[in-house]
Design a protein around this ligand. Structure first.
Ligand code: PLP
Length: 396
């Protein structure tokens, strides 16, 4: 058996190597490295795939989020609702723009902005300064956008969807990132649609927002050297666009491979542990498809492994590593506990002195989640080996 990898980009690219080589060659031949035709072609093809009016490429997913918030015209001190359990970029750009991240909790089974944990107390977090909400579609599945839209309508908030991990997923038949005002994605190499370097994009159905986004991503100019807005330099590289356009044709096939691998994991893990006494497999929401950017389980604690510094999840991770099985912890700290956000972020306790543990699901998940190998070329015998190792661990 080949070595088990967390992700296998070489395997993915080997199958389409000729198409990729020829796309890269044509960019080199054209020498149009900045804003070349493949950028427009890819933006149009992705817009068609998503069923959205505008796709605007940019340099990476973090920039996409920053540009989205800039395009909404938020003022320093405005507040933005954001989940505490996500990748740092989602909240980092809020703080970077001198806005205030206000953190709410996530559903402990879907990891998302979804259900009671996210919405029960959201009214307490809203002030006259609250201007936007940034739901994240973590690990490949959509947040509950009906509930997000209801909050946004009630308080007149803009919705920026972070679909960096869920490109291609559907929320009730609409593609992730195309439900709110602006969708933001990343083409980081390991993403559902990954380039060969950095890349990102914004999606919107709003013509005026699209124009503003294009300007901001291009130094605030519409006419060369006439700068109407303060912007930034954030372009999707032509070489990346050419590669992404090739890979876009295969995206649905890639997503199917991920779903197939996930179904195998879930079948084997549930057969071993039907009552989820040790490992909870991912829950699929009825309002969203799941594209399994990550296959993330929740590892329950056993008394013998818990110390001040470790938990069963950490011990299992080490046990798998000893058997040549990689795994990852996305994410080991909720954003509210990250040093960088000290004094910058708010949570329910800052609005209501009777509140406590308002982010307890995010804290629990940070200590219990484990992401297992997941990619588009993961063979069934490798999944079997991974699950056998998990079984061996819990039979000890
Ligand atoms: C949820 C989420 N948001 C934003 C980003 C930022 O994307 P990038 O790495 O392209 O800046 C990522 C990428 O890792 C992500 O997973």
């Amino acid at each position: 058996m080949d070595q088990i990898k967390m992700v296998d980009l070489l395997g993915q690219h080997s199958a389409i190597r000729e198409e990729i080589d020829s796309a890269i060659k044509s960019v080199i031949d054209s020498s149009a490295f900045i804003k070349g035709k493949p950028v427009q072609d890819f933006e149009q093809n992705l817009a068609r795939y998503l069923g959205v009016k505008h796709v605007i490429g940019c340099a990476n997913g973090t920039d996409a989020l920053q540009i989205a918030l800039m395009a909404l015209g938020l003022e320093p001190g405005d507040e933005v609702l954001v989940p505490a359990f996500t990748y740092v970029a989602t909240a980092e750009v809020i703080a970077l723009l001198h806005l205030v991240p206000v953190m709410y909790d996530v559903n402990p089974r879907t990891f998302n902005t979804d259900g009671q944990a996210s919405f029960e107390y959201i009214d307490e977090l809203v002030t006259p300064k609250t201007k936007a909400i940034v739901p994240v579609h973590l690990f490949g599945q959509c947040s509950d956008m009906d509930a997000v839209k209801a909050v946004a309508e009630k308080y007149n908030l803009k919705i920026v969807e972070d679909c960096a991990q869920a490109l291609g997923s559907d929320f009730r038949g609409t593609k992730a990132g195309c439900v709110g005002h602006i969708g933001c994605t990343s083409f980081f190499p390991t993403k559902n649609l990954g380039g060969m370097g950095d890349g990102g994009a914004l999606f919107t159905n709003d013509d005026a927002l699209a124009e503003k986004i294009m300007m901001i991503a291009n130094h605030g100019q519409k006419v060369k050297y006439h700068h109407d807005l303060i912007g930034c330099n954030s372009r999707l590289d032509t070489l990346q666009a050419a590669v992404l356009d090739v890979k876009l044709k295969h995206l649905d096939e890639y997503l199917d491979s991920r779903r197939k691998a996930a179904a195998t994991y879930t079948r084997l893990l549930k057969a071993f542990d039907p009552l989820e006494r040790h490992v909870c497999t991912p829950v699929e929401s009825d309002f969203s498809t799941h594209t399994y950017h990550q296959y993330t389980v929740i590892v329950k604690d056993r008394e013998q492994e818990i110390t001040q510094d470790t938990c069963t999840r950490d011990v299992l991770k080490g046990f798998l590593a000893e058997r040549g099985i990689p795994s990852m912890i996305y994410y080991p700290l909720p954003l509210s506990d990250q040093a960088a956000f000290k004094g910058l972020a708010r949570k329910r306790e800052d609005f209501n002195q009777d509140a406590e543990d308002s982010l307890h699901n995010s804290e629990y998940l940070a200590r219990h989640v484990l992401s297992l190998p997941m990619h588009t070329c993961l063979p069934e015998d490798q999944i079997n080996k991974i699950v056998e190792a998990i079984k061996e661990f819990f039979r000890k």
